[in-house]
Design a protein around this ligand. Structure first.
Ligand SMILES: Cc1cc2nc3c(=O)[nH]c(=O)nc-3n(C[C@H](O)[C@H](O)[C@H](O)COP(=O)(O)O)c2cc1C
Length: 209
């Protein structure tokens, strides 16, 4: 009896410590393939904040890939990104929050890393319930520890560039969005287990038109 219990304990410990169990769930995104649908002038003309996300169709991996690349993906051999970044500190991190959980966009590898099994769209929506209906909510955070001074200003401005990239990319990709500061900061900080110096700045519910 004792040896059965011991074997069960060994099995549980082995399973908990095995690399399979410890590996972070990862989604490899298809290479960005940005469509030439609208000119920059047309995208600027058509960009509007939209708040009806009643179309529940999930974003395809290709559309998500294009959107995240446009937001802050790698756009040069030296590792520069699509958005300007104060002192090129590349402090902005974009989280993809949807029904199946939350993912951190790793721009350097163009992959999504799962960081939570929870659906965080409700704390993102907070009092604006329309946002929780969107199939995807993007969350823009800044790692303020990358700056020695004026960190909040630098991080907030950097987030604004990424947000505008998202707004314009949505037009080009046939999506709708609205940049929002409304969100339950404390709940999201805790759910994503973020370091103290990470500031959640903006979010974007995103859905098909
Ligand atoms: C920094 C910032 C924060 C915003 N926060 C919210 C928000 O919390 N909720 C919301 O519905 N819209 C939010 N908006 C969207 C604005 O209300 C919207 O941009 C403005 O009404 C102008 O409309 P337009 O974007 O269609 O030109 C925000 C916009 C910015 C730039």
């Amino acid at each position: 009896m004792k040896s059965v219990k011991f074997s069960a304990l060994v099995f549980v410990l082995f399973t908990l410590c095995s690399p399979v169990c410890l590996a972070q769930e990862e989604i490899a995104l298809p290479a960005p393939d940005f469509p030439r649908t609208v000119s920059l002038g047309e995208a600027l003309q058509q960009r509007r904040s939209e708040r009806d996300f009643s179309n529940p169709a999930p974003l395809s991996d290709q559309v998500l890939s294009n959107l995240l690349w446009a937001a802050c993906g790698i756009s040069s051999d030296e590792g520069k990104i699509t958005a300007p970044s104060a002192m090129n500190r590349q402090d902005i991190c974009v989280y993809v929050c949807r029904e199946d959980g939350a993912y951190r966009y790793d721009a350097s590898r163009h992959v999504l890393l799962k960081v939570s099994d929870k659906d965080l769209r409700q704390p993102i929506a907070s009092r604006q319930s329309f946002a929780a209906q969107a199939p995807v909510c993007l969350l823009i955070a800044s790692d303020l520890s990358r700056f020695e001074r004026n960190a909040e200003q630098m991080g907030t401005v950097d987030a604004g560039y990424v947000s505008q990239n998202i707004c314009l990319a949505c037009v080009a990709l046939g999506l709708k969005t609205v940049p929002r500061m409304t969100m339950d900061q404390a709940a999201l900080h805790s759910a994503l287990n973020l370091p103290e110096k990470t500031l959640l700045i903006l979010n974007h519910p995103v859905g098909y038109k």
